[in-house]
Design a protein around this ligand. Structure first.
Ligand SMILES: [Fe+2]
Length: 251
């Protein structure tokens, strides 16, 4: 069982596949990466796309049917990539989908060039309500890139972190790759996922990412990340590794 918790495979909902044919090609790409289960996470509340739960659920049913008919061994489950907004808490039991309907995990995207002032409070309140926030691709946020300790502070308070497979293997440049390796070394990463959008332009690359982790880190890291993703699909808790601060400790 190999699970991808962040991607845009549902056709016609966002900047992912434009047609069912493109979605099927992306699904085949997932299978060739060894992926068995996909939590589809179309953009939500990002200023361009809304994708309420009813729309996502229906698209998941349709794509699963299509995959069944074509004998493609892949199961799609519902989710959303929710862009942080200041009234998000009010929608927690209403419009927001927990990943795989787990009742527990939620993907949260931040803007690229700043961190909104309400971010810490909202991530805290999500947890008070019994949910676990997962910040997606912090490697794309300029503030987190400049100040890794800010991300450490969030993780230290219970937020989880997902980095993107393509960034880890260097598709988005050496600086970003190096940044992610720092995060991994400091136990700031909990998930590696594809954020796949297109079978050619932004494919899954999960196999290569896990192979990279195996070579540069350890088999233990590979099983940590793959087991964590299984917990998401099952809606079960796990004990994250204790994060290591980036602040230098004085003797
Ligand atoms: Fe995404």
């Amino acid at each position: 069982m190999l699970v991808d918790i962040h991607n845009h495979i549902l056709p016609g909902l966002d900047d992912g596949p434009k047609s069912i044919e493109e979605a099927v090609l992306l699904a085949e790409n997932a299978v060739s990466n060894g992926i068995t289960h996909i939590i589809a996470t179309p953009h939500h509340h990002d200023g361009k796309y809304m994708n309420p739960s009813s729309v996502v659920e229906e698209a998941v049913v349709n794509l699963n049917k299509e995959l069944d008919e074509r004998l493609i061994p892949l199961e799609i489950l519902p989710g959303q990539e929710t862009h942080i907004y200041n009234t998000l808490i009010a929608d927690l039991n209403n419009d927001l989908i927990t990943l795989a309907n787990s009742g527990k995990y939620i993907l949260i995207e931040l803007p690229i060039n700043h961190i909104p002032p309400f971010t810490f409070d909202i991530l805290f309140q999500i947890q008070l309500k019994g949910f676990i926030p997962i910040i997606v691709h912090p490697e794309r946020n300029m503030v987190f890139r400049k100040d890794k300790q800010k991300l450490y502070d969030l993780v230290n308070k219970g937020t989880l972190v997902q980095v993107t497979a393509s960034s880890l293997i260097g598709v988005n440049g050496r600086a970003i790759k190096k940044y992610i390796k720092y995060l991994i070394k400091h136990n700031i990463v909990h998930f590696i996922s594809s954020d796949a959008h297109h079978y050619l332009k932004r494919p899954f690359l999960l196999k290569a990412a896990y192979q990279y982790i195996r070579e540069k880190f350890s088999e233990g890291h590979v099983s940590y990340y793959s087991e964590n993703a299984k917990h998401v699909i099952n809606g079960t808790s796990f004990q994250p590794k204790r994060p290591i601060s980036f602040k230098k400790v004085r003797d």
